[in-house]
Design a protein around this ligand. Structure first.
Ligand SMILES: C[S@@+](CC[C@H](N)C(=O)[O-])C[C@H]1O[C@@H](n2cnc3c(N)ncnc32)[C@H](O)[C@@H]1O
Length: 190
């Protein structure tokens, strides 16, 4: 594994930790938590990742966040050294569960550091794709980013599958980079 790789585009879908569980339909005593699907990380563990070791001085970040994690998402984006630029929204077409609203969308926060010119080809900020599978994101996001920044070196963090033309990191894929905690008190490799 090479340790000196630096990327200009990062797509990250963090395993956000939630403080609530969801009741499973028709099973009153059964609660579902994200950890049923994969281990999660809290905000300080995510901030503590040594992102600096893999990003170029000129870099764009696409960061997936759900509505309850919007403020954490902005905080994380800034702590990783990016300036917030704009966002995109995934409209999942159908309503899901929720506490205050029946959630139908997710955000992709876009941040930049250093010099990255806006893409010449600009797409709509809304992706309309029906939801499918727990925490699975639509493939269209790759196509959009590839179209926006065809020549830049890309990596997906917390990937579940390898995509051609992209490097990846995650505990469910063969990672191309090692991303470790900055301070030893907060481990991130599980
Ligand atoms: C929200 S899911 C990513 C979903 C993915 N974008 C998709 O569309 O299928 C988060 C991923 O991060 C992984 N993960 C959790 N803790 C991790 C860690 N410490 N290091 C690497 N990956 C981790 C989870 O196992 C899960 O695959």
């Amino acid at each position: 594994m090479e340790h000196h790789k630096k990327y200009n585009v990062i797509l990250a879908d963090p395993p956000w930790k939630y403080n609530f569980a969801r009741q499973i339909k028709d099973r009153p005593n059964k609660m579902q938590i994200v950890e049923t699907h994969y281990p999660t990380m809290n905000l300080s563990e995510l901030k503590n990742l040594n992102i600096e070791s893999i990003i170029d001085k000129n870099c764009v970040l696409f960061l997936w966040v759900t509505s309850p994690k919007l403020d954490n998402g902005l905080e994380l984006l800034k702590s990783w050294g990016f300036e917030y630029i704009t966002s995109m929204v995934w409209d999942k077409i159908n309503m899901g569960m929720g506490y205050w609203t029946r959630v139908q969308h997710e955000f992709i926060l876009i941040g930049r550091r250093g010099k990255v010119s806006p893409p010449r080809l600009q797409r709509s900020s809304i992706i309309n794709i029906k939801r499918f599978g727990h925490s699975k994101k639509p493939k269209e996001i790759y196509e959009i980013i590839e179209e926006m920044f065809p020549k830049l070196k890309k990596i997906e963090l917390f990937a579940r599958e390898k995509r051609e033309g992209w490097d990846c990191f995650g505990n469910e894929v063969e990672s191309d980079v090692q991303l470790i905690a900055k301070s030893k008190t907060q481990g991130v490799q599980k």
